[in-house]
Ligand binder design. Structure first.
Ligand SMILES: [Zn+2]
Length: 372
């Protein structure tokens, strides 16, 4: 067994649920979960009430953050008013307070509107973080990957094209606008190939994937809410492409898409549960065990993907070696027990999995925020 000191992690895709949905998570509970996972910077998604589409609408989140966050919170501003995809948010007004813009939870369906958003983000020197999903390619009731498992078990699928067709559209817009553009939660092999080609062409693009897409496939599904997230875990070929992409840097970073819900909302099986699983407290142990120990990705590359690249992409200061670090124990044996999570959300497909790393201590800005 071995204790190692690493730069504290940054998670650029987190749902803290406050203001508006405090029964799912609060800034206090969500940042405590981040600290427990070795994360000292989180970028918080704007699907809140109110949606932060103006300074006034962002203010309650800023106030709750200053009173109750124990790690640094960097809010995203919305791309469109109310995340409704109709008119652009006050991107200029929000600029001094946000790490970027996202309508996470919804794809921006209107290409003309997305192009205009990119031009404004480019002028403001900010990144757009895009949830890519083409609504017209969705089938009502889709809840898992549209693949073998869905067919064998009688579930309605969510197609890969519903993701990658929007990645493809947006990359063409980037070719034109030269906006800094980041793809959220990439889950398909086609998206990985598109991002790889765009990077080879010198476009200012980056992307993230989440631990569940790197570790699980649709063959692991069970009819339980803790296996339901959007996009869904996909085929073995998709997982393979994501692993290769992470190893070669096409997939820049790992973000959790930590998306807590109440147990009631997650207790209705694959068809009836809300989309989203928690991830802040398990990301590093799972990826160390399933990727580093297996020789698929080096520890250095994983640290780069969890600590260095996310901060580069969203313009956050890099972790200071003396002030922002995490101590991890490697080579131990632990079983993930979701009932012990600090987060208010307990739905994870990794409950019960044996892992060989755990977070011992997290230091944020010189202060111990987790462990002793
Ligand atoms: Zn999303």
């Amino acid at each position: 067994m071995q204790i190692m000191k690493l730069p504290a992690f940054a998670d650029v895709h987190v749902h803290l649920r406050e203001p508006g949905f405090e029964y799912k998570e609060t800034i206090a509970s969500g940042t405590a979960a981040a600290a427990a996972g070795g994360v000292t910077d989180v970028c918080s998604m704007p699907n809140l009430k109110p949606v932060p589409d103006s300074i006034e609408a962002l203010r309650p989140q800023l106030e709750a953050t200053s009173s109750s966050a124990i790690v640094r919170v960097h809010p995203f501003g919305a791309i469109t008013v109310g995340e409704s995809g109709k008119t652009l948010a006050d991107m200029e007004g929000l600029a001094p307070f946000v790490c970027g813009y996202s309508d996470d939870g919804h794809g921006v369906q209107d290409a003309g509107l997305m192009r205009e958003a990119m031009l404004r983000a480019k002028a403001l020197g900010k990144t757009i973080s895009a949830h890519c999903e083409v609504n017209s390619l969705l089938v009502p009731g889709g809840c898992v990957h549209d693949g073998q498992w869905a067919r064998d078990n009688g579930f309605t699928g969510i197609s890969s094209a519903s993701e990658w067709k929007m990645v493809e559209r947006d990359l063409e817009l980037v070719r034109d606008t030269r906006c800094r553009y980041h793809v959220c939660h990439v889950s398909t092999k086609e998206s990985v190939a598109l991002v790889r080609d765009a990077k080879a062409d010198g476009l200012p693009v980056s992307c993230e994937t989440a631990p569940h897409y790197l570790v699980l496939t649709d063959a692991d599904l069970r009819d339980e809410g803790r296996f339901k997230m959007n996009p869904p875990v996909r085929s073995a070929a998709d997982r393979e492409a994501l692993r290769e992409g992470l190893a070669d840097g096409t997939v820049d970073c790992v973000a959790t898409d930590h998306a807590p819900h109440s147990s009631e909302e997650k207790g209705r099986g694959l068809r009836g549960s809300a989309f989203g699983v928690v991830g802040l407290e398990t990301s590093f142990p799972i990826l160390y065990t399933c990727l580093v120990e297996q020789g698929l990705v080096s520890l250095d590359r994983l640290v780069e993907a969890m600590a260095v690249r996310p901060r580069e992409i969203f313009g956050l200061p890099q972790a200071d070696a003396a002030q922002d670090f995490v101590e991890v124990e490697l080579g131990c044996r632990q079983v993930i027990d979701a009932s012990l999570f600090v987060s208010k959300g307990h739905a994870t497909p990794f409950d019960g999995m044996e892992v060989h790393a755990h977070i011992v201590r997290t230091v944020c800005g010189g202060r111990t925020v987790f462990g002793v």
